[in-house]
Design a protein around this ligand. Structure first.
Ligand code: SDX
Length: 424
């Protein structure tokens, strides 16, 4: 529980004073508990939640000014280079990194839940083949709630924990199938003898005609690191959506589907796809200056730049850039879009327009170049983000259900019509 500091903020209103308690966490700003403002007949007003702490959490800490991202206290660059994605999943879910025995048990649990009910595969057929894979994911992940509802007691921690394992295990299968469906290839089933990222890439790119398809270990390692870099990120828009849906007691699979919906937007997880389309549109370094003028005229945004919290660098972007260099070198790829991205970054970091607005590359800026090198089509970029973020969403869902919670129900500043009667 947060520490009550004994300190209070005093709000002077209509000649009265309202004392508002102040709480401290272990890291980050203190918070002012504003619920007593209601007694004064006022609401607080914070569109976009710029200054609102919506909950207490122990999972992830971000310091936007210092470019710090900790998962259960561990810096993201250490997790991305010294742990793997399933270890990071275990950490987010349980609060500690697994020992060898715990890792083996967790890994085995996930491997044995990668299959989905055969009826789930029928849902894909309702989509057009040119459906966006994120549209398919919203549908089929939500459909899991039809298979795990009767008998699911979210008040039972064991039911909650197996839900987390099922989602972490099945999301790569559904993600790969959302790709296979759009390219008209048969679904490839998960295999229990493959690692998490390797299994996903195998389901993405193997075909029945190529029985000996082997995943390049360099790509599997890069994929795993990208999953880790996207695993969780505090109370971002999609995680807050999952918490709000979860606060009504909704089916957890439906809650995760709501998170996928929120993530899809280009201002959020959809930015990685938008970055590649932006680089395609710019075409070459010669066009960068003109494009930047369009950005300054606010005709377009520099996708992959800016962040609500990071007003310095996004620590994930740094690791992503390093990974980008490693993967392209290991694969002997000289991608002109990387040079273009680096030119954009160089200009942005030195241009007053961007410096004044504290716009730096975020997690989405370089990820697309690596995903392209791995062979992931651009329409699948946000699906990869959703796959990786599922553990973050379900960790926050579990944390919320682990103690008493209230349904989320914000109010508003009403500026519409006053009461009036129908006159016929
Ligand atoms: C993710 O919250 C999270 O943690 C998200 C995430 C996660 O892991 O969950 O980190 C993942 O969503 C990363 C962000 C991916 N989105 C993009 O790359 C899209 C481009 N970025 C912007 O849309 C924007 O920066 C946001 C949405 C990310 C943040 O928006 P804010 O905090 O609401 O900032 P703002 O829109 O108020 O911008 C402040 C100023 C404005 O200019 P002025 O009105 O002051 O003149 O900066 C400008 C904006 O116009 N600005 C940009 C810009 N982002 C902000 N101008 C050009 N290009 C941009 N990308």
């Amino acid at each position: 529980m947060s520490a009550a500091t004994g300190k209070k903020a005093v709000l002077q209103l209509d000649g009265k004073e309202i004392e508002l308690p102040i709480y401290s966490g272990t890291l980050g700003p203190d918070v002012i508990d504003v619920k007593d403002v209601l007694a004064s007949g006022h609401f607080t007003f914070d569109p976009g939640f710029m200054a609102t702490a919506a909950c207490e959490s122990k999972i992830t800490f971000i310091d936007g000014d210092k470019g710090v991202l900790l998962h259960r206290g561990y810096p993201i660059d250490q997790l991305a280079t010294q742990a793997d994605y399933l270890e990071t999943c275990y950490l987010l879910l349980n609060g500690e990194l697994p020992n060898a025995e715990q890792k083996a048990e967790f890994d085995a649990k996930v491997r044995n839940h990668t299959m989905v009910h055969d009826q789930v595969s029928r849902f894909f057929n309702g989509f057009r083949r040119d459906a966006h894979p994120m549209a398919i994911m919203v549908g089929v992940v939500g459909a899991l709630s039809a298979f795990y509802h009767n008998g699911l007691d979210i008040e039972d921690i064991n039911h909650r924990e197996i839900t987390a394992i099922r989602l972490i295990a099945k999301i790569p299968t559904l993600a790969a199938w959302s790709y296979k469906y759009t390219v008209g290839q048969p679904f490839i089933y998960p295999r229990n003898d493959l690692g998490y990222a390797e299994n996903f890439l195998h389901m993405m790119f193997a075909t029945p005609a190529d029985r000996d398809y082997k995943v390049n270990p360099i790509l599997a390692k890069a994929m795993d690191r990208i999953f880790t870099l996207h695993a969780d990120h505090e109370q971002n828009a999609s995680t807050s959506t999952v918490r709000l849906a979860g606060s009504t007691g909704a089916n957890p699979y439906a809650c995760i589907s709501s998170g996928i919906s929120a993530l899809w937007g280009p201002a959020h997880g959809g930015a990685n796809e938008a970055v590649l389309k932006m680089l395609d549109e710019i075409g070459s370094v010669e066009n960068v200056a003109e494009f930047m003028e369009k950005v300054k005229r606010k005709e377009v945004k520099l996708m992959g730049f800016g962040h609500r919290v990071y007003k310095n660098f996004d620590p994930r972007a740094k690791v992503m850039k390093q990974t980008c260099d490693e993967v392209l070198e290991a694969l002997g790829i000289n991608d002109p879009q990387l040079a273009l991205a680096m030119e954009l970054e160089k200009i942005a970091l030195n241009d007053p327009y961007f410096v004044e607005r504290k716009l730096y590359p975020n997690v989405d800026f370089y990820s697309g170049i690596i995903l392209k090198a791995i062979g992931i089509p651009v329409e699948m970029f946000t699906v990869i983000f959703a796959l990786a973020r599922t553990v973050g969403w379900i960790s926050h869902w579990l944390e919320m259900h682990a103690s008493p919670y209230k349904i989320g129900r914000p109010r508003q500043l009403y500026t519409g019509e006053t009461q009036r009667d129908i006159k016929r």
